[in-house]
Write a protein that binds this ligand. Sequence first.
Ligand SMILES: [Zn+2]
Length: 252
Amino acid sequence: MNTDFSRQITVIQNHHTWEPNYSSLTVNHGEMYWLESMRDYHIHDNGWRDIGQNITTFPSGNIGLCRPINSTPAGIFGANTGAICIENLGNFDSGHDQMTLEHKDSIIFLNALLCVKFNLKPVKEQVVYHHWFDKKGKRFPESKVNNNQVGDEQKTCPGNAFFGTNTITLAEANFFPLIANRIDQLSSTAAPESPVLTVNASILNVRSGPGKSFSVIRTITEGSRVTVFTTTGEWSKISNTVEEWVFSAYLS
Ligand SMILES: [Zn+2]
């Protein structure tokens, strides 16, 4: 992600592949196979110069870099200028693939990371679904999308069960807040002021929340070094990804 970019990025597109989907991934046909297969299809069948999307996410949580980020993708016809195209592998129409937790995390992480990198926000103008655009790349009126009146004019992409469903209202209620939280986490990880402290109790309980009433998840021994990401009252949070709290008096 440290490459220099000459094109200006103004929007992140979210799609689903529809096919291949979760059932396509087998022992014999892993993630690389399907990246190659999509690339092949896009070049030979669609006549594109490369695979359409810039990035693919997988059920495993893995992220595959595809068309160079600095190249305009083939994602939403007529609306690709300034876009980064993410294809989330799967069929997220209702009744089809159940998105794995790893996949969810990965999609949220990726959208958040791109927002940070390109100074974007999780808002309907800047993080978009294919479903919100007509076949010429013009945005449908918002009410038409929210009232499910798009009909056959456009695909359901990224799926009518993607993080709830594919309307703008529900993206704002479900999808965008998750990205916003992840952006906050990413910024706090980067914060240089997270202090690293030493455990000064012989055995220190790590609890699932900031208080004695929370259960002990594990213990750490005297002399261990921990990073304090945030504090609440007398308690310190020592993980940035999960709830792990210790009593601050035992850190120095
Ligand atoms: Zn799409």
